[in-house]
Design a protein around this ligand. Structure first.
Ligand code: AHR
Length: 629
């Protein structure tokens, strides 16, 4: 093998390796968003979903859900609790229970008003699965008007599936809304914030971009149920909840109560991007509902509100704090801009209806914000007629970036590592926006995050890296899954109520993301790109900031192989470098909650003599050498 250290082929975009986030598999509610109470404001389809009555033998009490209807469309319902005698209240089951940690402070809050003539207290209890109280507090509403009350307490036990009781005792009555419980240890300690362990796993990858909020939820099952960013900002109680599109599909594996509370809304997404150093990439609805569900589109002459949403989003993200939408951002605590440079129009939309709508969006965005790059959907199938049609149309429009998705067998990833070697260099750039090797088949519940899939993705990613002049962004999908609340597998990171771990695929993504370098250089075998000959895949970059050469080599065979990589064109090469290896002789091997490091990188040092890297490659291995040049 020859590495041509002084032949720069392309710059590696700072955005090259990033993240795709969607509220699927309890990604947001019941996952990243640290709220522990499910249906906190009783807005789910059925007001009492997630809640159960608590009463004793001697109890005389009632819970009546009140619907204010259009008087308060974003927050229609509240509960009216009355108790005449005994102990009466409601218990919330959380999202598959509540994960509670011993010694941790929990912050309870509620909107409440006392009924005329009542002066009761609300008892707040966290209980374990046996009903033992593991932490409690109380609030005493002092007014017959709505007021927000807060109370904090410390839990005295670690419990993976606790529940929360809110209880009246004796004769009293009050109205309650937005019943909420958060742990204190959220990401950056923000009140009402995100689960710190989950964000940390993202931050550890140093992602170049963060795409949100999906995925199919952008489109919605119907247009009425599409994601509308303007309804996800401001006070949490004013954010209008909708059914999650993933509540419908794959229903057999899901409780029917998957809604989007939007506690994690567009402001929080932008803030998260800033926290983890990722460029924000919001995707907006193109005036089309999810085409897998229905052929529902908005007529072209009624597309304007959708376009206005896109224009206003740029102002919300980047506009001065004095502009109408920039002011809303400032009021939420961020007067500085979020520096958004890209926007996506549509997700997995296809056909002439998409192109017609896209053209109107493109003109409006380009006219007002020529500096913003537009990401365009290319459907779902990287080789079918839909893809070919869109690819042709999008190239004819000379669009900025085309978003390609591939959920394919591991073999497809191995065979397509050269996919971009002959792509048009002058046309649009490519965003490999959603990809994951499927161990069984797409949408199979039996797909595993096994080493076979992860290693095949690594082989494919050497092809993306080699073609960094065409491919400017890439992200695995989906990102998160809750072990008891998922609709789709495989996924990059698995969590339960208390734990989280990165899969084998996560380890591969992280390796590429942390070691992307700044410029691509050729690595050749017999003067050709290394893309499957004898099972080898390779790419190389240099990092001009650290003066390192970074070589990535995949041995996709089950036998040990050796390879000599001669560095051509470097003035000097240090005698010692580092070698990072991820490998397993078992292609079925997976990481798990119990053994999260089964597939993980092992780092050692490697000697380099006469500008020659001699590699002894484990069977089924992903290898990286870094050396100063
Ligand atoms: O990642 C899961 C789904 O796959 C996304 O919502 C959609 O864009 C794709 O079909």
């Amino acid at each position: 093998f020859t590495i041509k250290a002084n032949e720069i082929k392309a710059e590696v975009a700072p955005t090259m390796w990033g993240l795709f986030f969607e509220d699927i598999n309890q990604g947001a509610d019941g996952g990243l968003y640290a709220e522990l109470v499910k249906n906190r404001s009783f807005e789910f389809d059925v007001a009492g979903m997630g809640w159960k009555e608590i009463k004793n033998k001697d109890t005389d009490g009632s819970a009546l859900y009140q619907n204010r209807g259009n008087a308060n469309p974003a927050n229609r319902r509240y509960v009216q609790l009355k108790s005449a005698s005994g102990r009466y209240g409601l218990a919330n089951e959380g999202f598959k229970g509540m994960g509670i940690k011993q010694g941790m402070q929990y912050d309870f809050s509620v909107l409440a008003r006392q009924h005329e003539g009542s002066s009761g207290s609300l008892l707040v209890e966290l209980v374990d699965e046996k009903g033992t109280v593991i932490g409690s507090t109380s609030v005493k509403p002092g007014s017959t008007d709505w007021v927000k009350y807060n109370a904090s307490f410390v839990a005295n036990a670690t419990v993976p599936k606790a529940s929360l009781n809110v209880v009246l005792t004796g004769k009293s009555g009050m109205d309650l809304d937005m019943i909420s419980l958060f742990p204190k240890d959220t990401w950056k300690g923000r009140k009402g914030g995100l689960r710190a362990d989950m964000v940390q796993l993202l931050a550890d990858m140093k992602p170049g971009f963060f795409r949100f909020p999906g995925g199919c939820i952008v489109e919605g099952r119907t247009l009425d149920e599409r994601f509308q960013w303007k309804k996800t900002i401001g006070n949490p109680e004013d954010r209008e909840l909708i059914i999650n599109r993933w509540n419908v599909e794959f229903k057999h594996r899901l409780s029917p109560d998957y809604f989007q509370s939007f506690g994690l809304g567009f402001f929080e997404y932008f803030q998260l991007c800033e926290d983890i150093g990722a460029s924000p990439l919001p995707i907006l609805n193109a005036g089309m509902a999810c085409q897998f569900n229905t052929a529902e589109v908005v007529p072209l002459d009624e597309l304007q509100p959708y376009i206005q949403d896109a224009l206003d989003l740029v102002e919300f993200a980047n506009g001065p704090a004095t502009s109408p939408w920039g002011k809303k951002r400032a009021e939420m605590g961020h007067p500085e801009p979020f520096h958004m440079t890209m926007i996506g129009v549509g997700n997995e939309n296809w056909g002439p209806q998409y192109i017609e709508r896209l053209k109107v969006f493109t003109k409006a965005i380009n006219d007002k914000y020529p500096e913003i790059k537009i990401v365009n959907s290319s459907g779902t199938d990287p080789s079918g007629d839909r893809f070919d049609y869109l690819d042709k149309e999008l190239r004819a429009m000379n669009v900025d970036i085309i978003d390609e998705h591939y959920y394919r067998a591991p073999q497809w990833f191995l065979e397509n590592a050269g996919r971009y070697d002959n792509y048009d260099r002058k046309g649009p750039k490519v965003f490999a926006g959603e990809y994951a090797a499927q161990s069984v088949r797409i949408a199979s519940p039996d797909n595993k995050n096994n080493w076979h899939c992860a290693m095949s993705e690594a082989a494919f990613m050497t092809g993306l890296e080699r073609n960094a002049d065409v491919v400017v962004m890439a992200s695995y999908a989906p990102l998160f899954a809750h072990a008891e609340g998922w609709q789709w597998t495989p996924d990059l990171i698995w969590v339960d109520n208390l734990r989280s771990y990165g899969t084998a695929n996560y380890q591969v993504q992280k390796l590429f993301s942390l070691n992307k370098g700044t410029h691509v250089i050729p690595v050749l075998l017999d003067n050709k790109a290394v893309t499957g000959q004898d099972g080898y895949y390779a790419s190389a970059t240099i990092d001009r900031k650290t003066n390192e050469l970074i070589l990535k080599v995949v041995n996709s065979t089950g036998k040990r192989q050796s390879g000599a990589f001669v560095i051509d064109g470097a003035k000097k090469v240090q005698a010692k470098g580092s070698l990072t290896v991820i490998s397993s002789t078992n292609l079925e091997a997976v990481n798990s909650f119990e053994a999260p490091d089964t597939i993980s990188p092992k780092v050692s040092s490697i000697s380099i003599k006469n500008k020659r890297i001699n590699l002894d490659l484990n069977p089924y291995s992903v290898n990286m050498v870094k050396v100063k040049i």
